[in-house]
Design a protein around this ligand. Structure first.
Ligand code: HMG
Ligand code: MG
Length: 315
């Protein structure tokens, strides 16, 4: 029995036994990088993560290349990756044009993305919340007709960089609107990482009165260092889908100062300690985080990743 196993001995945490991890590094992680990352590197990143056991991955974003130049090669990335059976490759699709590109590229899941804050909606997708739902409506219909899984993301569920506080009601209102569009899954996103545990629990519980808890996902940026604590809080109220980014890569180009998502390595280390299954090989992800950080000449943002690399060097 290793040390982690001995901590768990005789404990029943009451937490979900399994977590579905959605790897967002190749999309959320890379989209804000100002230096263009070669398409081959993006392809290799997706393939390596799938090789480590990731079963759900955001691989591309079919948005305006003027707004997000880094994601301009989405079609080439989708065409270049190896497709493994049982893996869902997702793409962001803000409008019909994006959806058509996603269908063409054989995405398994498409993501429409709105916000619980009017100010953020205007900055991020250039329209009001009501206009965004009008825009998403044909996207949702066509995605369903094409047999794609439909996911929706609610930015600024815990605070907005332009507007400040965001009410629980504003999030719940978006949950209802996305539910009524026929979404299979809804992400509650902390775009700027300002949420804290009780707030997260309140929002998740309120959202779950409108949409099945098993299909609500937590998307936590770690700007204020709260992501792991918020994930534990969300687990305690029964959430079981979480997004993470290898090496803690990322940020949103329309949320200045926002840092990356919770690092996949840190989340896997936490879940492993809690005895929660993900099917993903932590050691393999640690190596990928190290590799991609070197490729991008940036510091590895995964705390557990860095610690495990240092341990490898000592042993
Ligand atoms: P717009 O300017 O209002 O719309 O953009 P438009 O229809 O007038 O199009 C403007 C130009 O973009 C046109 O080109 C279109 O052809 C082109 P031009 O005529 O000027 O040469 N265009 C496109 N090109 C390629 N693919 C498309 C597409 N659509 C239009 N699909 C739009 C509206 C939504 C397109 C724009 O505002 C946009 O692309 N925004 C990008 C937003 C984005 O990607 N943000 C980051 C992802 S969301 C995120 O990170 C949050 C999340 O992680 C959760 C969280 O943390 O909060 C999910
Ligand atoms: Mg994000």
């Amino acid at each position: 029995m290793n040390q982690q196993e001995s901590w768990r001995e005789g404990m029943d945490s009451g937490l979900p036994k399994r977590v579905h991890l959605v790897e967002v590094g190749p999309r959320d992680g890379l989209q804000a990088e100002s230096t263009f990352i070669p398409t081959d590197t993006k392809i290799e990143l997706v393939n390596r993560l799938v090789g480590a056991g990731v079963r759900r991955i955001e691989a591309a974003s079919f948005v305006s290349p003027k707004w997000i130049p880094q994601m301009a090669d989405g079609a080439a990335v989708m065409a270049g990756i190896d497709r493994e059976a049982g893996v869902s490759y997702a793409a962001l699709t803000p409008n019909m044009r994006g959806l058509e590109a996603a269908i063409e590229s054989k995405a398994d899941e498409v993501v429409i993305f709105g916000a619980a804050s009017e100010a953020f909606s205007l900055r991020n997708i250039n329209c009001s919340i009501t206009e965004s739902i009008e825009r998403f409506s044909p996207v949702a219909r066509m995605a369903k007709t094409a047999g794609l899984r439909l996911r929706a993301s609610i930015s600024c569920s815990f605070g907005c960089p332009y507007q400040g506080p965001v009410s629980v009601d504003a999030v719940v209102d978006m949950v209802r609107r996305f539910r009524d569009l026929g979404c299979d899954e809804i992400d509650i996103a902390d775009t700027i990482g300002v949420g804290t545990v009780h707030q997260v629990q309140r929002v998740v519980q309120a959202a779950s009165r409108e949409f099945p808890l098993a299909s609500l996902a937590g998307h936590f940026h770690d700007t204020y260092g709260q992501a792991l604590a918020n994930i534990v809080g969300a687990l305690q109220v029964g959430m079981s889908i979480f997004h993470a980014s290898v090496g803690g890569l990322g940020g949103c180009p329309y949320a200045k100062g926002a840092t990356g998502n919770v690092a996949t390595e840190d989340l896997l280390y936490l879940l492993d300690g809690l005895g929660i299954e993900t099917g993903i090989d932590l050691d393999a992800v640690v190596s990928i985080g190290d590799w991609v950080s070197q490729q991008m000449s940036r510091e590895n943002g995964a705390r557990a990743g860095k610690a495990l690399i240092a341990r490898r060097a000592r042993n």
